[in-house]
Design a protein around this ligand. Sequence first.
Ligand SMILES: C[S@@+](CC[C@H](N)C(=O)[O-])C[C@H]1O[C@@H](n2cnc3c(N)ncnc32)[C@H](O)[C@@H]1O
Length: 342
Amino acid sequence: MTTHKILVGDSRNLAAIPASSVQLIVTSPPYPMVEMWDNSFGRQDLSIKAALEANDGITAYHKMHFVLNKIWAECDRILSENGFICINIGDATRTINGNFQLYPNHTQVILFFQSKGYSVLPDIHWRKQSNSPNKFMGSGMYPAGAYVTYEHEYILVFRKGGKRLFSGESKKKRQKSAYFWEERNIWFSDLWDIKGTSQSITVPNTGRDRNASYPFEIPYRLVNMYSSEGDTVLDPFAGLGTTCLACMASNRNSIGVEIDPTIADLALKNIHVTPDALNGIIRSRLAKHVAFIDSLPAEKKEKCYQNTAHDFKVKTKQETAIKIDPIKSVLSAGNTVTCIYE
Ligand SMILES: C[S@@+](CC[C@H](N)C(=O)[O-])C[C@H]1O[C@@H](n2cnc3c(N)ncnc32)[C@H](O)[C@@H]1O
């Protein structure tokens, strides 16, 4: 059984969540200096609104990161020793007062966690390619006045302290939570080519006409890469609860915190899915694995191992204990959704 809570609140103060109580944080904050988030930051610190009105982009940028740093400090308190934090963030490009420049958000986040003593681990470039011919900016075909177009965002990965150790029951859960060899080869590469999610939702009273959600595949991979069955995952910028959904499909507990009550309400509805919706994800993951094994030449197939829980072969011994539990029921009460597994 796992539980998934959506809390309405400002993640600058997460007093309701005890210290060292989560093993993984997976999140995507509002991106400083991206216009759709100006109002959200402006509401959280009035001097940000003033800096933007005064066309002082650099001051606004630093003040926006000051807001995020308070949330990162709360994450640091809540994350257990040896836990991971994965942050999806994009840099911003913006013209203020006729001056076009890059606001490198990912560097500010790295500097924060480095200053807290975290190990900065190799990051992932999430490539969201656009085929639009109008994507290039500046002086067109004339030299010295055109700008490179960004089509990637970052997934930053930090670890608190040293390697996590597993023994006894936790070792068994870790073996059960292993991922497939062919998944490892894709998930642990530094370039993820994943289409952005549909941005069609209109959220009343927020000034936002886009949901800003990341595709399910992003938190699903991260949850499976950096946590083990039964762990608790926090998303301090829950949005529509995509991280919680990924946890439901992966037998992890989750807590999502969202400042906007309207969006938190939508998140609760969003994660109250049918077991079949989650089982569809699991079925397609297993089917992909079976197709991979089927695609191997006979001599390689012969060297494969038998997985003990599922009726298929696996490439390595480390995958023999993988067991992906289907969901039997999803129950909702108040701000909590409970998943029961078969
Ligand atoms: C980029 S969106 C996250 C989207 C989410 N990953 C999803 O898939 O739906 C950032 C969210 O953080 C929320 N937010 C902004 N400031 C916050 C704060 N101080 N505390 C909690 N949530 C905040 C915004 O309202 C927004 O919904």
